[in-house]
Design a protein around this ligand. Structure first.
Ligand code: FES
Length: 378
């Protein structure tokens, strides 16, 4: 279907499948600042602004966004030094995130900044609690939120034209309440500033040093704050196939029969692998290198599943949707086996059963076969 998306004030006409999400469409157009976090929009990494309001681009179809104004991090600001190209530099929120050390991995940063931008457009003088609420839909696994909250308050002050908050000049004691600490929301704001900066005692000679003992901007902060491609998920290779795994719904079962004929026949499917298609090479998930201390108890694919989510089949297809459809066409007949969920039960003598395992190739054999193949490729 043909749709037109208005992204950062510019119209983009695209021909896309009806099932394409706004996230897929944006990333397909090169807006890498919007990130995939999860299928349900729980992480909020896929936040964009739709008519100024934060929405999850992964939970919205691209077609639903037609006729609306979509804003991504790419609309905000650019690196201030672009060689011959003059730019207005970064948005105050981006600058504050860089200067406050509010970026660690930076995966959530574009989403946090957009959520904060939406807040500041409605409320230029938010309390700390309001900032926390505004960015609460964006999960950050790295920062603990203190620095992003501080950055938003700092940017808000700058955008209002208030005296800038110079965090580096405040010599806060970690966790020590300030005698003149204000009450209410303002008190919460003060506590953020208190807790953010532990007391650092420097040797007198560090005063003469240029870097040690002084705050530094993270080397990739300017790239991350603009949402530039920086992560494996941002890596695009032409003609790349999409892989999907069929997982076991059972905790313990034999695969009595598996038929991938219909999945293989689906247009756009390049390969379907089941346990019948690959050598049964045993490996350990516990060891790091040879000799492996952990038990050799895992196979890429096997005729038995040992936990809910265990691998049953692999699919490679031209698109993610085709790969997902192919999974649904694989027919599996399971023989459900008993299982023990209590470790004390599992230690009872009657619980220990010797299984007749089919023949497998162990890691040492696999290595020596590889080695002999290397010496004699024929
Ligand atoms: S998730 Fe890494 S900085 Fe927020």
């Amino acid at each position: 279907m043909n749709i037109t998306l208005k992204i950062n004030g510019i119209e983009h006409a695209i021909d896309t499948a009806p099932s394409t999400t706004l996230l897929g469409a944006l990333r397909g157009l090169g807006f890498h600042g919007v990130k995939f976090g999860d299928e349900g929009g729980l992480s909020g990494a896929d936040t964009v602004l739709l008519n100024g309001k934060p929405v999850n681009a992964g939970s919205l179809l691209a077609a639903q966004a037609e006729g609306h104004n979509i804003a991504t991090i790419e609309a905000l600001g650019e690196h201030p030094e672009q060689g011959w190209k003059k730019t207005d530099g970064l948005h105050p929120l981006q600058k504050a995130f860089v200067e406050s050390g509010a970026i660690q991995c930076g995966y959530c940063t574009p989403a946090q900044i957009l959520a904060a931008k939406s807040l500041l457009e409605k409320n230029p003088n938010p309390s700390e609690a309001e900032v926390r609420e505004a960015i609460s839909g964006v999960l950050c696994r790295c920062t603990g939120y203190l620095k992003p909250v501080q950055a938003v308050l700092k940017a808000a002050a700058e955008m209002r034209g208030d005296e800038p908050i110079d965090i580096s000049s405040i010599n806060w004691d970690f966790g020590t309440p300030q005698p003149d600490a204000p009450q209410g929301d303002a008190a919460a704001s003060s506590s953020t500033r208190v807790l953010v900066r532990p007391k650092v005692v420097l040797t007198p000679e560090s005063q003469t040093w240029q870097t040690v003992g002084k705050p530094e901007i993270k080397v990739d902060a300017i790239k991350l704050v603009q949402g530039k491609p920086a992560f494996t998920g941002d890596f695009e290779k032409r003609g790349l196939l999409h892989a999907k795994v069929l997982h076991s719904p059972h905790a313990h079962a034999n695969i009595k029969k598996i038929d991938a004929t219909k999945a293989k026949a689906l247009e756009g499917v390049v390969a379907v692998l089941t346990w019948q298609d690959i050598p049964r090479v045993v490996y350990s998930t516990a060891g790091q290198s040879d000799p492996i201390p952990g038990p050799l108890d895992t196979f890429s694919l096997d005729n038995k599943v040992r936990f809910v989510g265990d691998r049953v089949a692999f699919v490679a297809a031209e698109t993610e949707e085709i790969a997902t459809k192919a999974l649904s066409l694989i027919e599996v007949e399971y023989e459900i086996l008993s299982f023990i969920l209590d470790s004390r039960e599992s230690m009872k003598p009657e619980s220990v059963r010797i299984h007749e395992e089919p023949e497998y190739v162990n890691f040492a054999d696999f290595k020596s076969r590889k080695e002999s193949r290397r010496r004699d490729p024929h």
